[in-house]
Ligand binder design. Structure first.
Ligand code: HEC
Ligand code: HEC
Length: 233
């Protein structure tokens, strides 16, 4: 049994030690923040993007760093998952991206504001969050290879833009979005010239196309056409 004084001393010393430990740990955490957030790379554009993020109430639908509402996708890794061009296209006109099923509103941002928001999301994506959320999987996993032809694309052979933009709406090998048709075997259905014209401007082929005209460079289109044309089965 502890005497009354011993118990009191035990309480006081124990409390002081725990307080000290938490205090030091808090200081340690605060000291790490500048490095973990890459504070020195925080440009004016990032700061303006953050203000737009707050004043536009993006968190009313999205989460960032796990905080916010669960209506729309988590955006912490949106930059590496979708790439800057997709994000910019989404902010420019969500309705054009998902015709007839718009769930995100159009903010009528100007190009400068869009750049700021993209810069903000890029900066957020580079934060060291001790592994949260997991890095988007943009490679490695192979799609079932049904042909003996070794030129059949495995997922790691896909152009990066395919794994960022196209997979948002199209599935390949059973993985990806279902907004557009699955692209397995597309090279057998459509010839290279048609695919090229389709990617350049879907509306030139189909005025009521449900696929948006995406911001793709000529080089990217060449790369995508070569990739899609070899998906024969
Ligand atoms: C009314 C709800 C709502 C608000 C507010 C909203 N979004 Fe969205 N957002 C969505 C939904 C839903 C999607 C998924 C695509 C779809 O179905 O339209 C989306 C998709 C996105 C995407 C693409 C994500 C991906 O992984 O493909 C980005 C980037 C994005 N939003 C950014 C923003 C930003 C930045 C703001 C604030 C300026 C914002 N959103 C405000 C609902 C919203
Ligand atoms: C925002 C959604 C969306 C994105 C992003 C998207 N697509 Fe599409 N895609 C569609 C829809 C919807 C269709 C069907 C269009 C229609 O018939 O109106 C389509 C059709 C196609 C077709 C014709 C398929 C067929 O069997 O006729 C090809 C090829 C294609 N997309 C390739 C791509 C590639 C490559 C990318 C990436 C650069 C891409 N798409 C990005 C929605 C999308």
């Amino acid at each position: 049994m502890l005497s009354k004084t011993a118990a009191k001393r035990f309480f006081v010393v124990g409390t002081a030690l725990c307080f000290g430990a938490f205090f030091l740990l808090t200081l340690d955490t605060l000291a790490r923040i500048p490095a973990q957030t890459n504070q020195e790379t925080m440009t004016d554009a990032v700061v303006r993007g953050k203000h737009l993020w707050d004043t536009s109430n993006c968190m009313g639908c999205h989460t960032l760093l796990g905080e916010g509402a669960y209506y729309a996708p988590e955006l912490t890794k949106a930059y590496s998952r979708r790439g800057p061009d997709f994000i910019a296209a989404m902010l420019r006109d969500p309705e054009a991206m998902y015709p007839g099923q718009r769930r995100m509103q159009n903010y009528d941002f100007d190009e400068g504001q869009i750049e700021d928001l993209v810069a903000f999301l890029e900066w957020v994506g580079r934060m060291d969050l001790n592994g949260f959320p997991a890095e988007p999987d943009l490679g490695e996993v192979s799609v079932p290879v049904t042909s003996t032809d070794s030129s059949v694309a495995r997922r790691s052979d896909r152009p990066q833009v395919f794994n960022q933009m196209c997979i948002a709406c199209h599935a390949l090998g059973g993985q990806g979005g279902a907004v557009g048709p699955a692209l397995d075997g597309v090279g057998g259905r459509l010839d290279a010239d048609y695919i090229k014209r389709w990617l350049t401007d879907p509306f030139a082929i189909k005025p009521n196309s449900l696929m948006p005209k995406l911001p793709l460079s000529d080089a990217t289109i060449v790369e995508l056409v070569a990739f899609l044309s070899q998906l024969k089965d």
